[in-house]
Design a protein around this ligand. Structure first.
Ligand SMILES: [Mn+2]
Length: 445
């Protein structure tokens, strides 16, 4: 699809991030903008998988990169020949199929073994005409069908690209070489398309709408090179600079999906049952079933409206949703760290804060040591000064903040507490955004 606009949430996608993208894409389609694709910025977490499955909504495509790559510019149609193809047929293909300059030559498995260009054929033609001029040979017989591609193709000095090569790198290589078209190969070496010099003339950045975040640090790779069309979010605004005016809708509510639902209402539209279900799920997820201090009256009203459409009891469904995804035995340490991890810069330090929500702490002591070691390993790998993981028990509204890094006592002090057993006890804390990030940002500033 050309000229598509991707709608995507933050990395380590959570339910709000994924469902707001799907809900907004559907709204765009309903209002006549069909060239939009809802994406998730990575693998779905268990909760989101449960929610999409529950309401029968298809899993969105994964989009982890917005850089322009070769595969974005390749034409849909391309032709290849084999070594035994006659020169006549090769020439006919070039003529008929609008592939006038270059034909990749492939083996039986589709792997490239050579290239034949119109120049190669022209050269062979000229040689034959000159050689055979004395024999009065008619031009139509210059290339008898017995003359094959193999006799004139070149097999050395081939220049090709991979589908995921960055266009910036391709451009450099094209400047150094003089071909018109270049074969594009997959990792097996099979020809999957062609890219020409002219393809690079028409490059436009990918279009993106960011939902549930507004900082490039949390966005998919290359988002800063894309054309930002709009932002729909409920987080603090973190310093996006744009080249052109864009649509920005940021509201201090509990979930991006609350805003998306308002957008439906403003257009006089009602979300379909499945969409209503996933929008509701995201509100329940982000507000921890209305218990988070980020939850507003508008979130509650919106959830009631959506629950009505999809015919569920909001609170009961919320409990079912959290239970379905919070079984510790089903999760690895790494998945708990990464499922909702955000990176921040606090007083020049790179700080990661993740959150895991549990319905009760059953089974947690069994994994504590392994989890803490994995957090420390992840911190080192990511070059973070601190990596903290909120273990939030939403049955009793409390968080244990596991802290790794330079000087864990400093993190504890941000909350006026002490480190006990490698973590800070934070009763009543449910919200990273309101009850953890501001305290730490202020302390480390
Ligand atoms: Mn959110």
């Amino acid at each position: 699809m050309k000229n598509v606009t991707y709608i995507v949430g933050h990395k380590s996608p959570d339910t709000d991030s994924v469902c707001s993208a799907i809900g907004l894409a559907r709204l765009k389609e309903l209002t006549g903008d069909t060239n939009v694709v809802a994406c998730s910025a990575g693998k779905l977490n268990k909760e989101t998988e449960f929610v999409l499955n529950y309401y029968g909504v298809p899993v969105p495509m994964v989009l982890e990169d917005l850089h322009i790559r070769v595969q974005d510019l390749m034409g849909a149609e391309f032709h290849t020949v084999v070594a035994s193809t006659s020169l006549r047929d090769a020439w006919q293909i070039m003529k008929d199929k609008e592939q006038k300059k270059t034909l990749p030559v492939v083996d039986d498995a589709g792997k490239m073994i050579g290239i034949i260009t119109i120049g190669d054929i022209g050269m062979a033609f000229a040689e034959r005409v000159i050689c055979e001029a004395d024999d009065n040979c008619p031009i139509t017989n210059v290339f008898p069908t017995s003359v094959s591609v193999e006799s004139v193709m070149h097999t050395e000095g081939l220049v090709s690209f991979q589908q995921d090569d960055l266009v910036d790198d391709v451009r450099k290589k094209m400047v150094e070489t003089r071909f018109y078209n270049y074969p594009v190969l997959d990792i097996e070496g099979r020809v999957v398309g062609l890219i020409g010099r002219y393809d690079l003339l028409s490059i436009t950045p990918k279009k993106v709408i960011l939902v549930d975040h507004n900082e490039f640090g949390q966005a998919v790779t290359g988002a800063d090179t894309a054309q930002l069309i709009a932002v729909v979010d409920h987080h603090k605004v973190g310093g996006i600079i744009t080249a052109d005016p864009i649509y920005i809708r940021v509201e201090p509510v509990g979930s991006t999906c609350t805003i998306v639902t308002q957008c439906y209402k403003e257009k006089g539209l009602t979300p379909e049952k499945g969409i209503a279900g996933i929008l509701l799920s995201a509100i329940l997820s982000d507000t921890v079933i209305f218990k988070s201090p980020t939850c507003t009256d508008l979130d509650k009203e919106t959830a009631a409206y959506l629950a009505d459409i999809c015919g569920v009891d909001a609170k009961a469904f919320g409990i079912e949703m959290f239970q379905a995804s919070s079984n510790i035995a089903d999760r690895t340490s790494q998945s708990m760290i990464e499922e909702d991890l955000k990176a921040f810069t606090m007083g020049g330090k790179k700080v990661g804060i993740g959150q895991v929500s549990l319905m009760g702490m059953a089974g947690f002591e069994d994994v504590r040591a392994e989890l803490t070691a994995a957090i420390e390993a992840h911190r080192v790998a990511e070059g973070m000064t601190y990596l903290c993981l909120m273990i939030t028990d939403i049955l009793v509204d409390t968080t244990e903040l596991i802290v790794t890094g330079e000087n864990p006592e400093e993190v504890a002090k941000a909350f006026g507490k002490e480190i006990v057993n490698g973590s800070v006890d934070l009763p009543g804390v449910l919200s990273r955004k309101k009850q953890v990030v501001p305290q730490m940002t202020k302390y480390f500033a």
